[in-house]
Design a binder for this molecule. Structure first.
Ligand SMILES: Cc1cc2nc3c(=O)[nH]c(=O)nc-3n(C[C@H](O)[C@H](O)[C@H](O)COP(=O)(O)O)c2cc1C
Length: 450
């Protein structure tokens, strides 16, 4: 267990984790769990947990998912080298096999920084974060800006231990490569779709969503009590002000804007119908026309009822349908060109989890009738734009969300934007790799409670 967390066993068999002022239930375990909990609190050799019973592995996985577990790594001399903090639920330390002739280089997504008083090595691609204890590791990492064989590294006075290098390789903080030039290294790391990602964009995506890191996320008020909140309306500038004239009378569109409100609870006795869903998608997101520029081979273009950067229209809609009259419950992709839904063979447990997370994000007990997951085909936009690709995607989500809100209001339906997405869950629902197509926004839709 890491130093930031404590566990508490309740008489019901439930184990609750406390960390940084938050309490989270890890689930209900048997009597054994309390004794594993005590042992884990004190620290255990990883081999003991691996050989332990199912309950201990489950407890370990749940602790890891919340970033409450860590693995200490010592050199054969007994000196502490690093501490591994898992970032995903199923992390278990594994070393990639290394031969003396293997040439290693740092991943272009790896970065070192100060976190509090720790020196940490992280990457948006890695399943674990490494807290470095020995400065020699930083010296070896500096060498690994260019490919070095293990044999060459062993000759360095800073060399510590090949096990840590194997762990870093397995977690994709290092990669194997022969070439020396940076552009060629970029092309060799991952597939073509990964080549298109800039470092800061992938980091932003992985750290501002759920599923690929174990940091606190969402409305946690981390600075309440220490720093005063900003007022709801900006205090005015001093100096000359110009009073604005009386606005014109409200148009029907302006009335629609005024009527728009977020709806989080839905009338499940009268769910949204397939006809209404079809109308909603047609009005808010359907492809209206196609065009291409004969002078540029850029994949062609479409027009749709919302603006997007560079007319890229990289956003895709996936629908988690919980209740819709005339449409079977399930997970669908909306084909905006054909105006049709394709059913995806998603696991029921993943589907349920996505609906439950949406309800939790809205602070309600019942899932929305339809959960629209807005995904991005990242390469469609990063093929063109450098440095601003991910920020453009999020701005596009904003424009589309306003369409959803206004269309729902106009149709007397209810809806609510949801700020959190789980990119790991989306990858499981669709079978698509995280960096190819991923969740960037969500919208709950249904017939609002009157
Ligand atoms: C980007 C964005 C993210 C939001 N995320 C959530 C959310 O996760 N949960 C929620 O209940 N409401 C969410 N909302 C809705 C806002 O809370 C809501 O728009 C705001 O309170 C103003 O209320 P109104 O929409 O009824 O005018 C979000 C809205 C936006 C635009």
């Amino acid at each position: 267990m890491n130093g930031r967390a404590t566990l508490e066993a309740h008489a019901t068999g439930e184990i609750v984790a406390h960390a940084q002022g938050y309490a989270a239930s890890l689930g209900v375990f048997g009597e054994d769990a309390a004794s594993w909990m005590k042992k884990l609190g004190a620290g255990l050799p990883a081999t003991t947990v691996a050989a332990g019973e199912k309950v201990s592995k489950l407890l370990v996985a749940r602790l890891a998912a919340r970033g409450l577990l860590e693995f200490g790594l010592t050199a054969s001399s007994g000196e502490e080298l690093a501490v591994i903090e898992p970032q995903v639920a199923d992390y278990w330390p594994q070393t990639a096999t290394l031969h003396d002739s293997d040439r290693l280089v740092l991943s272009r997504f790896a970065y070192l920084r100060r976190r509090g008083t720790d020196f940490v090595l992280e990457s948006p691609r890695a399943d674990a974060l490494f807290r470095l204890r020995d400065p020699n590791i930083a010296a070896i990492l500096a060498l690994l800006a260019t490919p070095h064989s293990l044999k060459e590294l062993r000759r360095s006075k800073h060399f510590f231990d090949a096990t840590l290098l194997g762990l870093l390789l397995h977690s994709q903080l290092l990669m194997k490569a022969e070439v020396a030039d940076g552009a060629a290294l970029r092309r060799r790391e991952g597939d073509e779709q990964l080549v298109l990602w800039d470092f800061h964009d992938l980091l932003f995506h992985a750290r501002s969503t759920e599923g690929r890191h174990a940091n606190p996320l969402g409305g946690a008020y981390p600075h309440a009590g220490a720093i005063a909140p900003l007022p709801a309306v900006r205090p005015g500038w001093s100096g000359k002000t110009v009073e604005l004239p009386e606005p014109q009378a409200l148009s029907s569109f302006a009335e629609l804007l005024r009527r728009r409100r977020s709806a989080r609870s839905f009338d499940d006795d009268h769910p949204i119908t397939l006809q209404e869903l079809s109308t909603f998608l047609d009005r808010s997101a359907r492809v209206l026309s196609r065009w291409s520029d004969p002078s540029t081979d850029d994949g062609g273009h479409t027009s749709r009822p919302y603006p997007t950067a560079g007319a890229a229209y990289e956003l895709e809609l996936y629908l988690g349908v919980a209740r819709c009259e005339g449409l079977e419950r399930g997970f669908y992709h909306y084909d905006a060109g054909a105006h049709a839904l394709a059913a995806l063979p998603a696991q029921e447990s993943d589907f349920e989890a996505s609906l439950a997370q949406a309800a939790q994000a809205m602070g309600v007990a019942v899932a929305p009738q339809i959960l629209i997951v807005v995904a991005s085909r990242f390469g469609r936009i990063s093929w063109k734009y450098s440095a601003i690709a991910y920020s453009l995607i999020l701005k596009d989500v904003g424009a589309l969300s306003q369409n959803f809100y206004l269309t729902a209001t106009d149709m007397q339906l209810g809806g609510c934007a949801i700020g959190i997405s789980n990119i790991d869950l989306f990858a499981r629902l669709t079978g698509l790799a995280l960096h190819v197509e991923g969740a960037v926004g969500q919208f709950a839709l249904g017939r609002g409670v009157k």
